[in-house]
Unconditional design. Structure first.
Length: 361
């Protein structure tokens, strides 16, 4: 918690970038992903930077949990399973391993399924398997599939793939669908990451909550317009939240634009850890207000404490049908709460302790 505010991280995903899972032909992409981590951390928070050996590893789920619940004031988090994104041989975040870890800590984590094939029936089969085998809390989609050195984009309004998949998700009881947008992942076409394919599914599936992940990192004005039109659209601010420490003017512009479009009820904090460590982001936002020059330049209303509470946790709790007081009660005396209370834990303590024990540092 931050004061009396429940903190729920809407996007976390430990990357498996071990040597065995890295695509040897995707060196440029892998370097770009690591550069994104360095950029998100910034020069003022070097303790929160992962070195190359730490980053290009099968990142431990335990290290993710510690970064959230011990080293930062996070109470709950949503693990997003990730398919092969072109720079891996297999899942970047395997739903099987994520489900196993979630089962160890069911009061701390929720889990979103994913699919990794453009074949409609096969994708639906993958989703059915994850729902039946693991019990999932949502679906995470990428607007491209990567295979044979290529990246093929697809649209969320595609009648042959996306519509049947969304129908299946709805019929399986899924109510939250998170879609990666804004941040381009080559070699897929850049247009696949635009937001011009959302209007139709938002209208066709009013019972689904759609989350634009990385909302506002690009296509800011079209995203704001969509939020203003559709009550079942949410903005998940993964990567954008890192701007608060590295590009504060951009953070203020994005946040203010989205707040003006839809208010604070449909904006959600997300760290994307292990791409960002949560602690610096949350420390910067705990009492955040727009600077005077931002208010003068853009005419935004000032953000309030209630706005921050909604963004940090209340909205994510609501869309998942959770009660904050009940959720907090379940974790009040678990292993993470006890470790946080003891204090003195350094950033990325779990992965660094493991390296020290193995003699690799």
């Amino acid at each position: 918690m931050i004061g009396d505010t429940v903190v729920m991280d809407a996007v976390v995903h430990p990357y498996n970038l071990s040597a065995a899972n890295r695509n040897p032909d995707a060196g440029e992409q892998l370097e770009a992903v690591y550069a994104a981590h360095l950029l998100a951390t910034g020069e003022k928070h070097v303790d929160y930077r992962l070195d190359r050996e730490e980053f290009f590893s099968d990142f431990p789920f335990e290290a993710i949990a510690s970064s959230l619940f011990v080293e930062s004031p996070v109470d709950l988090a949503v693990i997003h399973a990730l398919p092969d994104l072109g720079f891996a041989r297999d899942y970047v975040t395997d739903p099987r391993r994520a489900a196993a870890f979630r089962s160890r800590h069911p009061d701390r984590f929720l889990l979103y399924a994913t699919v990794d094939t453009p074949v409609t029936d096969a994708a639906i089969g993958q989703l059915e398997w994850q729902v039946e085998e693991f019990g999932v809390d949502g679906l995470k989609l990428y607007p491209a599939f990567f295979y044979d050195g290529k990246g093929d984009g697809w649209r969320l309004d595609d009648p042959d793939f996306a519509t049947p998949l969304l129908e299946a998700a709805r019929d399986l009881g899924i109510r939250n669908v998170a879609v990666h947008k804004a941040l381009w992942l080559p070699p897929a076409p850049r247009g696949a990451f635009a937001v011009d394919d959302l209007d139709r599914p938002l209208e066709r599936f009013p019972e689904l909550n759609f989350h634009i992940v990385h909302a506002g990192a690009a296509f800011l004005e079209p995203t704001a317009a969509l939020l203003a039109r559709h009550r079942n659209l949410y903005a998940t601010l993964e990567s954008v939240f890192a701007y608060i420490v590295v590009r504060p003017h951009v953070f203020a512009k994005v946040l203010g634009t989205l707040l003006r479009a839809c208010g604070a009820d449909r904006l959600m904090y997300g760290s994307g850890t292990n791409l960002s460590h949560p602690a610096p982001l949350l420390a910067a936002f705990a009492t955040y207000e727009f600077p005077a020059d931002i208010l003068d330049q853009y005419g935004f209303p000032q953000i309030t404490a209630q706005d921050r509470r909604r963004i940090l946790g209340e909205n994510a709790l609501r869309v998942h049908g959770l009660d904050g007081a009940t959720a907090l009660g379940r974790v009040a005396d678990d292993e993470f709460s006890r470790a946080r209370a003891r204090g003195g834990v350094r950033p990325w303590s779990e992965i660094r302790a493991g390296r020290a024990a193995s003699g690799s540092v």
